[in-house]
Design a binder for this molecule. Structure first.
Ligand code: ADP
Ligand code: MG
Length: 698
């Protein structure tokens, strides 16, 4: 048996359970032993019945002094046992649904176990009802007497996430068998590297301890040990990638010529903010160095990342090179294309739009592709289609990825692989906490735009009823402003009763807004239709744009001052913040109105965060707190590996230590050839080969 052994060959599992386990992503022995518990039940402390004072989980031990069964309703019965431990009596309850057609006795096992005068351990939720102590039993074990050994008690019991067909016991027994039969459980990269001795247990003993700990402290140290190894591996990959970048020299030399940059700046009707200036300086100095740029530009919605990107683009174009800017949606690509055309009017620059719909037309293809290949086209604005094989560039030197959090890791990699080691600038509106940044952007330099353009007034956000929202909307329209109304779905779905954009657009334009010009925009429309609507909305031909979340990212219409978000409770905070960022993009005061059908406390709490702050950083950290790191990283970085034991919020210190160690190891042994680093090499090649490929391209 080794790590790669298929789980179905483990004794006691077999094909049927293996299938169930695969739902938990457990396919191999390695998956099983790194399937760590979600929590522990502390059954080390036995509480005397007389000492049970609060409604909470307790572990008790006593003698069974009486039992009886009671029918609570036609559907529910309860088996009750009186347990006496000398200090008091508690009633242990087992509730069972009654099936009138069942031939077997639902209480058969319990009756067999709960014999009068037997001794029993019980773990469960204790309650005091009418001076009577009761416990709803989670788990029990019958024993001979007080000194008998126990299987499930007097210890910490791990709690695993389960699926149908799999019990805690299935997992525990499989683990016991596997861990006892493996000599060398798991490759260790720290304990055998004498220099980096920590006070943490070795990986193999950590894995055993995580599943079968004697104390919570011991379990926590074991978790940290495995977490450190996870962080260290990742940091080594990131450090290696960074070093490679340092070594890679680009064959390109840029010079600030100003024949495009200066006229561009003159045409802008605003000054760059200091934060924008700083970001531009950082980007320019990267581009002008001999090393390849790999930079992340972080800035809240509306902070003005586009003009920063344009400055970088123009530096490349001034020097005769091509640039590609890639957006996550076709709609946003089209908007960028129009913005760029507009901002660069009169300058000698050729811009082309490349999306799957422009590529559909053979005629367009014939026209565009050769111009990209011969270098006539300077700036290519597009979606991920830009990266297709049939598109060849003459001299692509800069790739910009907008709203990078919307791309998968692989897509990003393929974007970057285009061209001959181009400089890469990624842009995101999702700011993230430090530990997370060190982890997921570890191989990049980071620029932050931490100020909004001046004279912006913060967007006021309210939770209101639909009617009041519409009244406010009318007032805004009378002032000459425009409105977005956002719905979660395109068409009415019979499953969930949500107001769909299409139906509501029709209804609203005949009722409340019958004197206004209402347009509809949704994901199922043809790209050209979408774009026409967007252009007309921008030209103020419509007062109201009713849309689905296709408008979530990037769309920029400064005259729109109010966004009404229907069913606001159904969106994540990040999405709400992005949607809200569609307004407040000019100097006029803007409003975001959340219409919600939420009753739950958590939903209300989430909306309250939205009404209380416009700061994307605060919202992101609240989001992270409420959703937990796994789900959160998923949304900001598709395809990033999840940590089995590491916790990017809690473990900032471990991540920092891992980073130091990684730098130290790589500086002494860049190719990881020394004997003490053999396990590192092994794990990177086996477990993280995909990731290291991806990051190395960047
Ligand atoms: P984001 O960072 O969300 O991509 P954009 O680049 O779309 O933001 O900018 C939002 C709006 O602010 C645009 O209309 C842009 O022209 C404008 N803008 C950008 N920089 C400034 C500035 N320094 N002063 C005033 N307006 C600006
Ligand atoms: Mg943007």
């Amino acid at each position: 048996m080794d790590l790669t052994t298929d789980i179905k060959y483990v004794k006691g599992i077999g094909p049927k359970r293996a299938l169930a386990l695969s739902k938990l992503s457990i396919n191999t022995v390695e998956d099983l032993i790194t399937f760590f518990p979600r929590a522990y039940q502390d059954r080390t402390i036995r509480t005397k019945i007389s000492n049970i004072l609060f409604n909470q989980h307790y572990c008790i031990f006593g003698k069974i002094t009486g039992t009886h069964i009671k029918k609570l309703s036609t559907k529910l019965s309860v088996f009750s046992a009186n347990i006496n431990d000398g200090s008091g009596i508690i009633i242990a309850n087992f509730f069972r649904k009654v099936n009138p057609y069942a031939k077997f006795d639902i209480f058969a096992t319990i009756k067999k176990d709960f014999k009068i005068n037997s001794f029993v351990y019980i773990y469960g939720m204790c309650e005091i009802k009418f001076w009577q102590k009761q416990v709803s039993v989670d788990d029990y074990e019958i024993v001979e007497n007080e000194n008998s050994s126990t299987e499930k008690f007097n210890k910490l019991v791990p709690v695993y996430n389960l699926t149908t067909g799999i019990t805690q016991k299935n997992i525990s027994s499989a683990l016991k068998l596997v861990l006892n039969n493996m000599a060398n459980i798991y490759p260790d990269i720290i304990s055998n590297n004498v220099k980096y001795k920590t006070n943490l247990p070795s990986i193999s003993s950590a894995i055993k301890t995580i599943h079968f700990p004697n104390s919570l402290q011991e379990a926590e140290l074991a978790r940290q040990s495995f977490a450190l190894q996870e962080f260290l591996l990742l940091q080594i990959i990131l450090t290696k990638a960074k070093q490679k970048n340092v070594i890679k020299q680009k064959g390109i030399r840029y010079e600030i010529k100003r024949n495009l940059l200066t006229p561009f700046k003159k045409k802008l009707n605003f000054e760059f903010t200091n934060a924008q200036k700083k970001a531009i300086n950082e980007i320019f100095s990267d581009m002008m160095s001999t090393k390849i740029m790999n930079r992340m530009l972080m800035g809240d919605v509306g902070s003005g990342k586009t003009v920063v990107a344009l400055s970088a683009i123009l530096l490349a174009v001034e020097n005769g090179y091509q640039t590609a800017i890639v957006a996550p949606t076709e709609l946003l690509a089209e908007q960028h294309y129009l913005t760029f055309k507009n901002m660069l009017k009169g300058l000698n620059v050729n811009i082309e739009l490349v999306t799957s719909s422009t590529l559909k037309s053979k005629k367009k293809q014939k026209e565009i592709l050769p111009q990209i290949e011969n270098g006539t086209t300077n700036i290519i604005v597009g979606t991920h289609s830009v990266m297709q094989d049939r598109i060849n560039f003459k001299n692509l030197s800069l790739v910009i990825i907008d709203e990078q959090h919307r791309f998968g890791v692989l897509q990003k990699a393929s974007a970057v692989a285009k061209g001959n080691n181009p400089d890469v600038l990624m842009m995101t509106a999702t700011p993230i906490p430090r530990g997370l940044a060190m982890t997921i952007y570890g191989e990049m330099s980071v620029s932050v735009i931490d100020e909004l353009p001046p004279s912006r007034t913060p967007i006021e956000t309210y939770c209101l009823s639909e009617n009041i929202a519409y009244m406010n909307a009318k007032e805004e329209i009378e002032k000459g402003n425009q409105i977005y109304i956002v719905y979660p779905l395109v068409d009415e779905s019979d499953k969930i009763e949500l107001k769909s954009a299409t139906q509501e657009a029709q209804k609203l334009s005949n009722t409340v807004f019958k004197n206004n010009k209402v347009a509809l925009l949704h994901g199922k429309m043809k790209p050209k239709e979408k774009n026409d609507v967007m252009i007309k909305f921008k030209n103020k031909e419509y007062d109201i744009l009713i849309a689905t979340t296709v408008i979530e990212v990037g769309i920029d219409v400064p005259n729109a001052t109010m966004i009404i978000i229907q069913h606001a409770n159904r969106y994540g905070l990040a999405t709400l913040h992005q949607l809200r960022g569609r307004v407040g993009r000019g100097q006029k005061k803007s409003f975001c109105i959340l219409v919600s059908d939420a009753k739950g406390k958590i939903a209300k709490q989430r909306l309250k965060i939205m009404t209380s702050t416009c700061d994307g950083f605060k919202i992101a950290s609240e989001d992270l707190k409420m959703r937990g790191p796994g789900e959160f990283t998923g949304t900001i970085q598709h395809g990033f590996p999840e940590f089995k034991a590491g916790d990017i919020i809690k473990d900032v210190k471990l991540i920092e230590y891992a980073k130091q160690v990684a730098i130290d190891i790589i500086s002494k042994d860049p190719e990881l050839l020394l004997p003490e680093n053999v396990n590192i090499n092994f794990l990177i090649n086996n477990k993280y080969s995909n990731l290291s490929k991806i990051i190395n391209v960047g």
